[in-house]
Design a protein around this ligand. Structure first.
Ligand code: ADP
Ligand code: ZN
Length: 741
């Protein structure tokens, strides 16, 4: 087997065609790192193993080529919830995809089979168990397949952190479909797991594409825990309307932290394995749909959650490994926008993990303790956090200063006389004959008269009380920092402190440790300031509210309607027309047809009310050129024949149903056309489409609730009038409203 890096010729037609697909369906202008290479491998039919960190955009690596290639792509995924989310998201971008699983009714399954036979489906999601049934295999043998994509591919490796026996069945895939390429995707695979995946799947000469583990948009900070609730609240308060996660070690901690947050008026829900399935599912869905802003959870939460707009992840305690930390913090900022990752740790956390894992078989326990030490060194270490994580995964980071961690942002104040301080601590460890732990050592240095210190006669040591004038927490912290930097080591069952050779050199003054005090001030990270530049926050919030009501109306998560990056661009460029709207990141044809008119109206209304200019600094390459491109690709929205026909018929006062019949479009599409027509033509009288009496009731209700959202009106009318009519009436009322308030 050959492992080599795959280089591409960016000028090829294939890459251009894929880029066009990206624009048309997803509204993205360019590839993320490695995506083009990964897609090329798929188009070329060469087996591949793709390792990209969470949020790196793995799904697109197979979704876009699936649209490009003839035939059906089969995607294997371990979790039903994950499949469903992906299929929903694809449908919202206009990509024909489906999943077949146990939750599907028989009739539904048959419908999917018909779609496949008719060549209308491009992606089919299956679990490994379902794929490997005789029936499914026989069915797939009879249809043209483009390729197999195996998601979460590390599950096939016993070396991976999440081995699943059912993945083992996939070993025979290559033998059964020798002509169909197989592509494996994972976020967490060190080199030996990558090789194992290729071996297990019997891939032939696969392209091995490994991305960077670094997530530059995550801002890492580690701080000792002093007042946990205050520390968490400081993070949450900076994100009053955003989604965030708080991770705790134990269920009891989850309950406690969650209750404390809820008591403080925060919108937090718990999640841990001790809760019933129903409660867990409910809380998870509330979070995904932006109904609950904060989830406080154990590690049980997260697998299969691909919510893209998580703006912060707080660790209320240190996790058990840097892999876990990387994975949990990885749930933040999947949309590529800045997100904060805070780690509040205490030495106790490591004792807790030691205890919790003490039942492991000896060898596994040893491994667990080694990775735990890596985590603890990360906490107290004073080198760039991004670099430390990358290093752990065997990669180097080029940038000297990452601009996105507490160390590089110089939020940690270095102590001036760190050599002298370190020497005092190190020599105290020597005086204690390297037989005591960190807490005890700190007590002695602080000059404590605790009974056991007196009993041991340690108040007689020359180092007793040597740091009495210092804050006790700081002393304790410095000891950890010396451990983290390798000047001290923790030994044995009781974690007694001992000097390392490096520690002895420090004692002789040959090297100087860096000791830090946590600074009081926080600087804005480089990442944070850039991605909010020019964004009108008020409009952003208004659009967020709009997105939420849209998502409720449609029964899909808000981030599927539009990602945060898209909302920010909308609130930055404030497009006044569908043409301009289509230049915005994340808005492809389908989204534009689906939500375009609404969102343009929303923006126009807000800008009018707040005297904000529209069409600010519009991104280059937009407008006409883009629209032409889309029309050439068989556009269904702006300027499409059915839309034009619909507008004509509306002008003649035809009903939605009549227009639906005439255009052959779905009722919901026609309703959206009507919304666009009303907005475009400034129609104030909805009597063609809404009965006068109903319109009057909507008008009266909206006088109370305002015209911003449909839902309050729907509720005020006790659900007696459908959203379709309300939307039409409100569009007209908005046109009728005075130009400024
Ligand atoms: P992964 O599966 O690697 O964790 P996803 O495929 O879920 O990541 O992608 C994460 C987010 O990034 C999604 O919201 C996705 O739509 C977005 N994304 C993927 N590729 C691009 C791209 N080329 N440009 C902009 N956004 C992208
Ligand atoms: Zn850094």
């Amino acid at each position: 087997m050959l492992f080599c890096s795959w280089t591409i010729d960016d000028g090829t037609e294939t890459v251009e065609a894929l880029r066009d697909i990206l624009r048309t369906y997803w509204g993205y202008d360019d590839f993320r790192p490695l995506q083009a290479d990964a897609m090329r491998a798929v188009v070329d039919g060469r087996d591949s193993v793709v390792v990209l960190p969470t949020g790196g955009g793995k799904s697109l690596c197979f979704q876009a080529p699936a649209l490009h290639l003839p035939g059906l792509a089969v995607v294997i995924s371990p979790l039903i919830s994950l499949m469903k989310d992906q299929v929903d998201a694809l449908a919202d971008c206009g990509v024909p995809a489906a999943c077949v699983n146990s939750t599907l009714a028989h009739g539904e399954r048959r419908r999917v089979a018909d779609e496949i036979r008719g060549g209308r489906l491009k992606l089919l999601y299956l679990s490994p168990e379902r794929l490997m049934t005789e029936k499914t295999l026989a069915f797939l043998k009879a249809v043209p397949l483009s390729f197999f994509a195996i998601d979460e591919a590390h599950c096939i490796s016993e070396w991976g952190h999440d081995f699943r026996p059912e993945y083992r069945m996939l070993r025979t895939l290559k033998q059964m479909f020798p002509r169909v390429a197989v592509h494996a995707y994972t976020a967490t695979a060190p080199p030996h797991v990558q090789r194992d995946i290729a071996r297990e799947l019997e891939l032939s000469d696969p392209a091995m594409l490994v991305g960077s583990f670094d997530r530059p948009n995550l801002i890492y900070r580690a701080q000792r825990r002093d007042n946990l609730l205050r520390q968490i609240r400081e993070v949450v308060d900076r994100h009053p309307n955003d989604s965030g996660l708080v991770y705790c070690i134990r269920r009891a901690d989850v309950e406690q932290v969650c209750a404390a947050l809820a008591a403080g008026g925060y919108d937090a829900l718990p999640y841990h394995a001790g809760m019933g399935d129903g409660d867990r599912k409910r809380n998870q869905e509330a979070f995904i749909n932006d109904r609950a802003k904060i989830i406080v959870a154990t590690v049980a939460f997260g697998m299969g959650i691909d919510k893209s707009n998580v703006r912060y992840v707080v660790h209320a305690a240190a996790p058990k490994s840097l892999e876990a930390f990387q994975q949990e913090t990885g749930r933040a900022g999947r949309d590529g926008l800045d997100a904060e990752c805070w780690l509040f740790y205490s030495d106790n956390d490591f004792n807790t993990w030691r205890r919790l894992q003490s039942e492991l078989p000896p060898q596994a326990f040893q491994v667990a303790m080694t990775v735990l030490k890596g985590m603890s060194d990360f906490c107290s270490g004073l080198s760039c956090r991004h670099r430390a994580i990358s290093k752990y995964f065997g990669q180097d980071l080029a940038a000297e200063n990452c601009g996105a961690c507490d160390v590089c942002l110089e939020e940690v104040d270095l102590v001036e006389d760190s050599l002298v301080l370190s020497q005092k601590i190190l020599s105290c460890v020597v005086r204690l004959k390297q037989k005591f732990g960190g807490d005890y050592t700190a007590q002695v240095l602080a000059g404590s008269r605790e009974q056991r210190i007196l009993d041991n006669g340690h108040d007689q040591l020359s180092t007793w009380g040597l740091l009495a004038e210092q804050d006790k927490q700081s002393v304790r912290g410095w000891i950890e920092q010396l451990v983290g930097q390798g000047f001290l080591a923790r030994e044995g069952e009781f974690n007694t402190l001992a000097l390392t050779p490096e520690g002895r050199r420090a004692l002789r003054g040959e090297v100087v440790p860096r000791l830090a005090k946590p600074a009081k001030t926080r600087k804005e990270s480089r990442v944070a300031t850039a991605s909010w530049e020019g964004v009108d926050r008020g409009l952003f919030e208004a659009l967020r509210a709009w997105r939420r009501s849209k998502s409720e109306e449609r029964g899909i998560p808000p981030f599927i309607v539009f990602g945060d990056a898209t909302l920010r661009e909308l609130a930055r460029y404030r497009p006044s027309s569908l043409d301009r709207l289509r230049a915005v990141h994340g808005i492809g044809e389908k989204k534009s047809a689906e939500y375009g008119a609404d969102v343009v109206a929303e923006i126009a209304a807000y800008c009018r009310d707040n005297a904000l200019p529209l069409d600010v600094d519009a991104p280059p390459g937009e407008g006409v050129e883009r629209r032409q491109r889309q029309s050439a690709a068989g556009d269904q929205s702006g300027g499409s024949p059915s839309r034009e026909l619909a507008f004509e018929l509306f002008a003649q006062g035809k009903s939605i149903d009549e227009v639906r019949q005439a255009t052959g479009r779905a009722a919901s599409t026609v309703a959206d056309y009507l919304g666009a027509y009303i907005a475009q033509e400034g129609v104030c009288d909805p009597s063609f489409w809404v009965e006068e009496e109903v319109f009057e009731r909507i008008r009266r209700a909206s006088a109370e609730t305002g015209l911003e959202k449909l839902k309050p009106i729907f509720e005020a009318l006790d659900g007696t009038v459908d959203y379709e009519r309300i939307r039409i009436a409100v569009a007209c009322l908005r046109n009728a409203a005075p130009a400024s308030s």
